[in-house]
Design a protein around this ligand. Sequence first.
Ligand SMILES: Nc1ncnc2c1ncn2[C@@H]1O[C@H](COP(=O)(O)OP(=O)(O)OP(=O)(O)O)[C@@H](O)[C@H]1O
Ligand SMILES: [Mg+2]
Length: 210
Amino acid sequence: MIVFEEVSKSFDSLEVLSGLSFHIATGQMVGMVGPSGSGKTTILKLVTGILTPDKGSVRVAEGVVGYVFQEPRLLPWRTAVDNVAAPLRARGRIKAEAREIAAHWLRRVELGGFEHYHPAELSGGMAQRVSIARAFAVEPRILLMDEPFSNVDAALKGSLMQILTSIIRERKPTVLYVTHDQAEAIRLADRVVELVPGNGLRELDVRDRA
Ligand SMILES: Nc1ncnc2c1ncn2[C@@H]1O[C@H](COP(=O)(O)OP(=O)(O)OP(=O)(O)O)[C@@H](O)[C@H]1O
Ligand SMILES: [Mg+2]
């Protein structure tokens, strides 16, 4: 569950969010669209507590959060497998176990064989997949995804989508999924909201989807 009540957020004199309220039920998948600069990433960062609201409140149900950032945000000095293992280690897994789980998830995003590469040795799309593996590996109750597949080709995107769909079916996390592709959001999500600059969130009609 994610609840925003009358949330306002400014950066210096720029008010990005003004009195924003919305509610995402536990286990729901919500797609979020909206123009560049409208505040989508800001909303995800408020959910995790990376940012705090100037006014209003953000409440999030207890549980592990997986976050696929808009850019991969890997630790450059760590290998792919150790980047994915890092949040598992932070949550108390012993090293060998964390690495085993990490290697499993790297294989699932089709990066088997690249475990020991450093981020600088990976392509943009490969780095993005490492960050997806890192978010999935923690078995999140809340999954935040910020245009997670923007950097991968159509075929690979299809298989990553399948993994996402199976995770959603198996574990039913609460998902907030940011995309520029409204049709994709409508196809995937239970609900789709559009962030309208200066005007908060508008619920889009998803009844027409296939
Ligand atoms: N840390 C920050 N300091 C100053 N301004 C910021 C900061 N983070 C975001 N902003 C500003 O807030 C506005 C919203 O940014 P945000 O990243 O949330 O947009 P977005 O909807 O995710 O856009 P995009 O689709 O391009 O990713 C932008 O005008 C941006 O310049
Ligand atoms: Mg963004």
